[in-house]
Design a protein around this ligand. Structure first.
Ligand code: AHR
Ligand code: AHR
Length: 495
């Protein structure tokens, strides 16, 4: 099989680093036992798992969403601040189990500071009120001599946290959500929350709940569009089947394109898409019995095929960088987690390597890219019970992104060969870009698309680095079957 890609030394867009964001929720072992585990020999003085913290630091998490997800809709932030021993233990009726409230706003902000990431808080539109949202914002962001700003100081945090990103509700379009409501009910709540929250702190960015449903999204955009900065979309797909999984990235691209079209149709160019939950999710029997109660864990076994879905998503987000301003993998640890932990060990799934390669070895300046590939048609289902179907008539066997990093002076090509069984002979033409001879080539591949990393074999699927000598700006490259390659080329002149 063959393909070509031609790269032009012209800037065609900026890629926002917030697309490499993450999400943690009080769900199963994500927060408790995943990132926060006081008492564990692997935890630091703050209770943060050091191994997880270091791993996430390496992929430079730019923005972290918390406390949910569905959990956010039943969350009352005041239960999670102040002396730990006084915080109430409650029932987590959203996902099962108990909620100690030991990880609350101050711990979350501390975690973000430790990572160097922007916090993103989701306010509850379920059981909480507008007052509570405004008080939370005051607690986090203000320096006024008022009750909640003073409370933060009293609890030992003199400086405001300046939380920039605020989500107004989560998935309230769905009957599974605490606070489920109609589009028009949501649009009016959103308008009020955004208006009064921006009155308290005009510098915040507001993220609205989008539903991946044109009627809902248009109602929200028309009613409250001038007050919001982002509209969200969530997408989970996946199947035990290889092509059904990787093709789903291109179904996601269609959905993102549709939302981008709706935003343009109402002439709101300042509103960006926050793709703030995305991942592979296909198991249905994802629940385990707790001691007495059902506890949902959602621990998916992420394999190489799932990492290639993620690589497809990043090529798409690079292409759509003008409209997609943020994205958050759902989720970071254990629950739908890119990272898995036991009390003693940590494993990085192949999804982690995709973040590592894109975050650390591609640039933020998008270059002109022209490519050819063959396509296939697919009728696919997501989830093992096939609860969701999609049909696509043009899914690419090859996808790519070309970027430039002005600081490192490197041009990067991210190259995904989606052929399950065939290698791809790629002809690369970097036109007038002046390349240096020695390039770094990172490859994520394995003979088995279903290979994964587990606690016995934690590094079965790992990106490997080799070096590649280039003859000049035109060269041939062989991409292994079902693989992601990132070629990082030092350059002396791009334009
Ligand atoms: O990420 C798991 C759940 O999926 C989130 O809580 C919810 O927002 C979505 O339905
Ligand atoms: O994407 C919606 C999710 O699908 C809900 O959070 C979950 O309950 C359902 O399985």
């Amino acid at each position: 099989m063959d393909a070509y890609c031609k790269v032009w030394g012209v800037k065609t867009g900026e890629i926002h680093s917030l697309i490499y964001g993450h999400f943690i929720e009080h769900l199963g072992r994500c927060v408790y036992g995943g990132i926060f585990d006081p008492g564990s020999p692997l935890a630091d003085a703050r209770g943060f798992r050091r191994d997880v913290l270091e791993a996430v630091k390496k992929i430079k998490c730019p923005v972290l969403r918390w406390p949910g997800g569905n959990f956010a809709s039943a969350y009352h932030w005041e239960n999670g601040v102040g002396p730990v021993e006084k915080r109430p233990q409650l029932i987590n009726y959203v996902w099962g189990g108990l909620e100690s409230n030991h990880f609350g706003t101050d711990e979350f902000i501390e975690y973000c500071r430790a990572l160097g990431t922007e916090p993103y808080l989701t306010v509850s539109l379920g059981t909480a009120t507008l007052d509570e949202a405004l008080n939370w914002l005051e607690y986090c962001n203000l320096d006024t001599p008022t009750r909640y700003a003073l409370l933060r100081k009293q609890y030992g945090h003199p400086e405001p946290y300046r939380v920039k990103y605020w989500g107004i509700g989560n998935e309230v379009y769905g009957p599974w959500q605490v606070g489920h409501c109609s589009a028009s009910e949501y649009a009016e709540k959103l308008r009020q929350y955004a208006m009064f929250m921006k009155a308290v702190d005009p510098s915040i960015k507001v993220i609205a709940v989008g539903a991946d449903n044109p009627e809902w999204d248009l109602t929200v955009l028309k009613h409250a569009g001038k007050l919001i900065d982002y509209i969200s979309i969530h997408q989970y797909h996946g199947s035990p089947d290889y092509y059904e999984t990787v093709a789903a990235a291109y179904y996601v691209e269609e959905r993102l394109q549709l939302l981008a079209h709706l935003i343009r149709s109402v002439n709101l160019p300042q509103v960006k898409i926050a793709f703030d939950e995305w991942n592979v999710w296909y198991q249905v029997s994802a629940e385990k019995e707790g001691e007495e109660k059902r506890i949902v864990l959602l621990e998916e076994p992420y394999a190489l095929k799932d990492a290639l879905f993620a690589a497809g998503i990043f090529c798409i987000l690079h292409r759509m960088s003008d409209v997609v301003g943020m994205a958050n993998l759902a989720q970071m640890v254990n629950a739908l987690g890119m990272i898995k932990t036991t009390p003693q060990k940590m494993v990085l799934t192949p999804l982690y390597d995709v973040f590592d390669l894109f975050v650390n070895h591609t640039g933020r300046v998008r270059l002109g890219l022209e490519m050819t590939t063959d396509y296939y048609a697919i009728k696919a289902k997501s989830f093992v019970d096939g609860r969701f179907h999609f049909e696509l008539d043009r899914v690419p066997y090859f996808d790519a992104s070309a970027t430039y990093d002005p600081e490192k002076k490197t041009v990067s090509l991210a190259l995904v060969n989606f052929y399950r069984d065939e290698k791809l002979e790629l002809a690369v033409d970097l036109r007038d870009i002046a390349v240096e001879r020695e390039a770094r080539l990172f490859t994520l591949s394995h003979q088995d698309v279903l290979a994964l990393n587990d606690f016995e074999n934690p590094d079965s699927v790992r990106a490997r680095e080799t070096s590649l000598s280039l003859e000049g700006p035109s060269f041939a490259l062989t991409l292994p079957p079902h693989s992601l390659s990132v070629l990082e080329i030092p350059v002396t002149k791009v334009w």
